[in-house]
Design a protein around this ligand. Structure first.
Ligand SMILES: CC(C)(COP(=O)(O)OP(=O)(O)OC[C@H]1O[C@@H](n2cnc3c(N)ncnc32)[C@H](O)[C@@H]1OP(=O)(O)O)[C@@H](O)C(=O)NCCC(=O)NCCS
Length: 404
């Protein structure tokens, strides 16, 4: 039976297109699940694979504005990719990736990004590992700060409705300086960060939204759940910090002190933290975090010159990079990259790499020298790797505090 891949034509078609990936979460999507996707995805950004009228695969992309070093860029945030186990390994993913990347190119969104369920899947479609992040599991007995300081801040628990304005204001201050963060609309805040439906608690309690203010101005916040449990009358529960953000170093210190001090639990857990998180220096015993590192965002340059024009490039002599890109051939060839951007050239190449390498360095999470050490970049002329690193300065570890 032939498989047909097509963009959705109406919002009603989006929920069925989510069914293949929901299968792997052990669920069938219900309208409540749709609230996390449908308002943000115009139908033509969602693709479904049909066989005989039945959906067997699907994927979609969010239109994001993502912070990059020195600016922001329009990004297609790929999500909800799935192919039913009845139809796996017949090339449906490959065909969906073709349709989706052509669509992103057509929309003139220079970059695509995603979180990968498995790190083996997306390299072949030109995505490079662009950030690493980590999970922590800190015993309460090891939460002391190296340099304790009294907090001047005020803390207040907020309802879902109260949280929207001050939390979004703090987030906005931070995200404009933090590569990897994406702009959030009010509906995104409500449906994806602040809403607290039962089926999203995963064994935890209610969602808590705490606001920190300094001198009367919102300066930080935390979203967290308490996972309470007892053994022989003694708590063995933990706090799960979903998102803790401070707009200043003082606010970052105070909001973490707050979540680390919550009583009647034995551990504090958090996920998706950037590898340069201040906790490494705030805590007296950072080793106790047991910071476990894994891949974070994956980035694909869809339109190479437009993507490079959107981020800051350093003041350094140009490099000519010969880029291989089998899946999006319009990017392939030799590019002269300078502080002004990228332009096509016939000059001899200084570096050779494939498009995944440029995705890896794009947000500043990796350097050309790291890729060269792993054989992902070949230096044709001595000094070219160092020059390329000077052209792609990092502003610290990229951080995207949410999986989309
Ligand atoms: C991952 C998934 C979408 C792949 O779909 P699929 O239709 O079976 O993939 P395709 O047949 O198009 O495979 C395309 C290529 O990717 C490779 N590939 C597919 N899934 C892979 C995986 N999990 N690991 C490594 N390679 C994989 C295939 O071998 C194939 O390579 P080839 O063309 O060189 O032979 C599907 O297995 C799935 O839905 N998995 C569970 C949900 C999930 O992980 N979704 C991704 C969310 S980020």
């Amino acid at each position: 039976m032939p498989i047909d891949i097509a963009a959705c034509r109406s919002t009603e078609e989006i929920l069925p297109a989510l069914a293949p990936v929901f299968h792997y979460f052990g669920a069938t999507p219900v309208p409540q699940d749709g609230e996390r996707f449908v308002p943000f995805i115009e139908p033509s950004r969602a693709f479904a694979a049909h066989e005989n009228g039945a959906v067997v695969g699907g994927c979609a992309s969010f239109p994001f504005e993502m912070t990059v070093p020195g600016g922001t860029v329009r990004v297609a945030g790929l999500s909800v990719v799935g192919v039913l186990p009845t139809h796996r390994r017949r090339g449906i993913l490959r065909r969906m990736m073709r349709a989706q990347l052509d669509d992103v190119h057509h929309r003139r969104e220079p970059v695509a990004a995603l979180w990968a369920s498995e790190d083996t899947i997306y390299g072949q479609f030109g995505y490079g590992q662009a950030s690493v992040c980590g999970d922590i599991d800190l015993p309460k007995s090891a939460t002391a700060f190296a340099r304790p300081a009294p907090s001047r801040g005020e803390f207040r628990m907020l309802s879902e409705a109260e949280a929207m304005t001050p939390l979004s204001e703090v987030y906005e201050r931070v995200r404009l300086t933090q590569p990897g963060m994406v702009a959030r609309s009010a509906v995104w805040w409500r449906n994806r960060r602040l809403a607290d439906p039962e089926n999203r608690r995963r064994g935890g309690g209610e969602l808590n939204r705490v606001l920190l203010s300094h001198d009367g101005r919102p300066s930080g916040y935390a979203l967290y759940r308490i996972h309470q449990q007892f053994e022989s009358g003694v708590s063995t529960g933990h706090v799960n910090v979903i998102e803790a953000v401070g707009a200043t170093p003082e606010a970052t210190r105070d909001i973490w002190r707050f979540v680390l001090d919550i009583d009647w639990v034995t551990r504090v857990k958090a996920m998706l933290l950037p590898v340069d998180h201040p906790l490494f220096f705030l805590l007296a015993r950072p080793r106790e975090m047991k910071f476990r590192v894994h891949d974070g965002l994956w980035v694909r340059l869809v339109d190479l010159p437009a993507a490079l024009a959107a981020r800051r490039l350093g003041n350094a002599d140009p490099v000519v990079i010969d880029v291989a890109d089998a899946f999006c051939e319009w990017n392939a060839g030799r590019w002269k990259v300078s502080s002004d951007g990228a332009e096509r050239t016939t000059d001899a190449a200084d570096l050779e790499c494939d498009i995944t390498a440029l995705g890896s360095v794009y947000l500043g999470g990796f350097a050309f020298r790291q890729l060269a050490r792993a054989g992902r970049v070949t230096e044709m002329h001595a000094g070219a790797v160092a020059r390329a690193d000077a052209l792609f300065p990092s502003e610290g570890a990229p951080w995207c505090p949410e999986v989309f």
